[in-house]
Design a protein around this ligand. Structure first.
Ligand code: HEC
Length: 165
């Protein structure tokens, strides 16, 4: 936080670059998508092992692809998001599990050419409410891509859109 203030101060002084532009870039140069909280929901999931709930959402390109059933491969311009919260219990109904503390947001941005080394996807993760970019170098994406291999035949995407009436 102190660093953020310092950097903000420095850039305000220089008056040329917006500090937030710099701070919201992941080590691979991808920015935090704007307005992702306005995107539509594609599915949700729950992990028993680390007790977290997730919502998987998509930008307009992704939602159009879902509606058309054209999600393998997902079209260029797709961004899929995953928001993760710790499990919590509803105060007035203990058997209900609800989202508690916010853990992180993750995104997969599709550009078949640009991200060809990682299956056409640019990966990013943003930690906590501060949305701190995850990873020390651009190589952090290997961790993401490696673990997404089981979904290779589904364009490296685990999620299937929810059934809707
Ligand atoms: C340990 C394995 C593992 C790692 C590491 C991993 N993922 Fe995933 N990811 C999954 C699984 C399993 C799902 C689907 C279930 C869920 O919602 O968690 C998923 C889902 C996603 C989704 C929703 C789309 C989809 O494929 O279903 C995004 C976006 C995503 N991951 C981004 C990332 C990013 C970015 C990283 C690296 C910073 C990453 N993942 C690292 C296993 C992993």
């Amino acid at each position: 936080m102190k660093t953020k203030l310092l950097i903000t101060a420095l850039f305000c002084l220089s008056g040329t670059v917006m500090a937030d532009d710099i701070l919201s870039s992941a080590p691979n140069g991808i920015m935090l998508p704007e307005n992702y909280s306005d995107w539509q929901i594609i599915s949700s999931s729950h992990r028993e092992d680390n007790k977290t709930m997730r919502i998987i959402l998509g930008n307009d390109v992704a939602i159009t692809a879902v509606r058309l059933g054209k999600t393998n491969p997902w079209p260029d311009g797709t961004i899929l998001g995953k928001l993760v919260w710790k499990d919590a219990t509803l105060d007035k109904w203990k058997k209900a599990t609800v989202p508690g503390k916010f853990v992180h947001a993750e995104f997969m941005k599709k550009n078949a050419k640009l991200y060809k080394d990682t299956g056409g996807w640019g990966f990013t993760r943003w930690l906590g409410m501060e949305q701190k970019p995850y990873g020390d170098s651009p190589a952090f994406v290997k961790e993401c891509f490696d673990c997404h291999q089981p979904a290779k035949d589904n364009d490296y995407v685990f999620t299937h859109p929810v059934e809707l009436p």
